[in-house]
Design a protein around this ligand. Structure first.
Ligand SMILES: [Ca+2]
Ligand SMILES: [Ca+2]
Ligand SMILES: [Ca+2]
Length: 491
């Protein structure tokens, strides 16, 4: 699962995006015990839902319509696209951004071709580009004050006007910095490090812009993006700082799909944790080790040393220091498939920090691990789309135990349901636009006992989500000829 943190003052906005980007959840957490939560889970039905905490219970606060001009209908479904939040207008209030991609192909890049922005009243701020499809994953779009002028920009990849793109190549894709208030292009670049990148599959599809402080500035003014085997670091003038490349690319044996950034050695510059490597702020590897397989989630946070952050690597449950020493290895027996990993103080009765790990792949099994490496408890959470999308939420304030958010439910560190976010729309399935992606028939065959969609072209491809598999989990299973494909899949 992706984890993008957008920092705006005085409000901290934390946004959480599931791998299947058809539903996204965003929370706004104000300082102190009074917390507001925002959930956006409904791009497919054209509304955002804002939930506000009231006496401990989440209640629906406001429903924000996505402006009709920003909606598109394909295969019988109407939607806006993937979502981002941040103050674009400059009034201190968070605004919304929806974007769509030129393609929506499993294993292919998300190449934005449309962006629309609006405020909390649903008023259009600006738009750019046209058309597009629901991104197949959360893509390379971020909101941040990247040039430190006090106003947020939109940092995004974008398809060059009038040019064709293919999802296996970054040719004709540029990186842009847009004025947050108007959408005007402030800077644009198409360096060969970007445009010559090619790839496909699970290690390629997760292309996310991660804001980082690589130069030790007062505020972060750099960003990194991982394109398959390559990480590219840019500064706020879109110069390429460095690239870092490592050949590991095979499904289940590749680095974290989405790396993370954090300052492990307290020099004011961010290191990058990719699960199998930790490059420093100059792109030089501090260590490279092919730790456990399924390195799906990474974190940089405090663990055993309150002065030094560690690199958490979900594959077999590793905690590593900056030199590459193993601080903790939970083992393959305890964490056979570390799908998601979050660090927080979940159980107030046990000293923190603690690790919550979705330890058995795309399932509902959770493991809470304490500082001593002992399992505090195992429990099952609710089903969620793709059985991912969890995150730590300090719902009652930063000085109280964290909850685990998953699929519209806040779980306590004791493994009990604490709160439910009611009145949210159910996740929905949609159809792929291309009938050529090889694993789609297998996908459908796997779900054969529980058919989820009708064949595209009938215009009725819409259904409630059954428990899900992730298409890349099926890549090594037998395939049937493309001509027999349903083309039906679950976003
Ligand atoms: Ca605003
Ligand atoms: Ca700015
Ligand atoms: Ca550092």
């Amino acid at each position: 699962m992706a984890y993008d943190r957008i920092r705006t003052s005085p409000t901290v906005i934390m946004s959480f995006f599931m791998k299947n980007s058809s539903s996204s959840a965003l929370y706004r957490v104000k300082k102190g015990l009074w917390a507001a939560g925002i959930i956006l889970a409904s791009v497919l039905v054209g509304f955002n839902f804002i939930l506000k905490k009231q006496e401990g219970q989440p209640t629906l606060h406001r429903k924000v319509p996505i402006p009709p001009a920003f909606l598109i209908t394909t295969d019988g479904l109407t939607y806006g696209g993937d979502l981002r939040m941040g103050d674009l207008s400059g009034d201190g209030q968070a605004d919304f951004l929806v974007y769509r991609a030129a393609n929506s192909v499993d294993g292919g890049a998300v190449q934005p071709c449309f962006i629309g922005t609006f405020d909390q009243q649903g008023k259009v701020l600006w738009q750019k580009g046209e058309g597009g499809l629901q991104p197949n994953r959360p893509g390379p779009v971020a909101i941040f004050d990247i040039d430190a002028d006090g106003k947020n920009e939109v940092i995004t990849f974008f398809v060059e006007e009038g040019k064709a793109v293919t999802p296996q190549s970054m040719a004709n894709v540029v990186v842009q910095i847009l004025d947050g208030q108007t959408g005007r292009v402030k800077r644009q670049a198409g360096p060969p490090e970007l445009t010559a990148s090619e790839g496909q599959g699970a290690n390629w599809v997760h292309q996310r812009i991660l804001i980082a402080n690589l130069r030790g500035k007062a505020t972060p003014r750099d960003f990194i993006v991982k394109l398959g085997t390559k990480i590219i670091a840019f500064d706020d003038e879109l110069n390429v700082h460095w690239t870092y490349q490592k050949a590991w690319d095979e499904y289940a044996h590749c680095p974290a799909y989405v790396p993370t950034v954090g300052d492990m050695d307290n020099d004011g510059r961010d290191e990058i944790n990719g699960g199998y490597y930790v490059p420093n702020a100059d792109g030089q590897p501090l260590w490279e080790k092919k730790l456990g397989k399924n390195m799906d989630a990474v974190v940089i946070d405090y663990w055993d040393d309150p002065q030094k952050k560690r690199a958490f690597c979900s594959g077999f449950g590793h905690v590593m220091d900056q030199e590459g020493n193993v601080v903790l290895n939970l083992s393959e027996q305890v964490v056979p498939h570390g799908q998601e990993l979050r660090v927080a103080h979940f159980d107030g009765a046990v000293p923190g920090p603690q690790m919550m790990i979705r330890y058995n792949g795309h399932k509902t099994d959770m493991l809470l691990v304490g500082l001593n490496g002992k399992v505090i408890r195992k429990f099952k959470v609710n089903e969620s789309p793709n059985n991912t999308g969890m995150d730590a939420i300090y719902w009652n304030g930063s000085n109280r135990p964290a909850h685990l958010y998953n699929g519209g439910i806040l779980w306590s560190g004791q493994g009990k349901i604490a709160h439910k976010f009611s009145r949210l729309p159910a996740p929905r399935a949609t159809c792929g636009r291309d009938g050529t992606t090889a694993f789609r028939p297998t996908w459908r065959a796997t779900l054969g006992r529980r058919p989820c969609c009708t064949i595209p072209g009938t215009g009725t491809c819409s259904c409630r989500l059954p428990p899900l598999f992730y298409p890349s989990d099926l890549q090594n299973t037998s395939l049937v000829p493309a001509s027999t494909m349903s083309g039906c899949w679950i976003k």
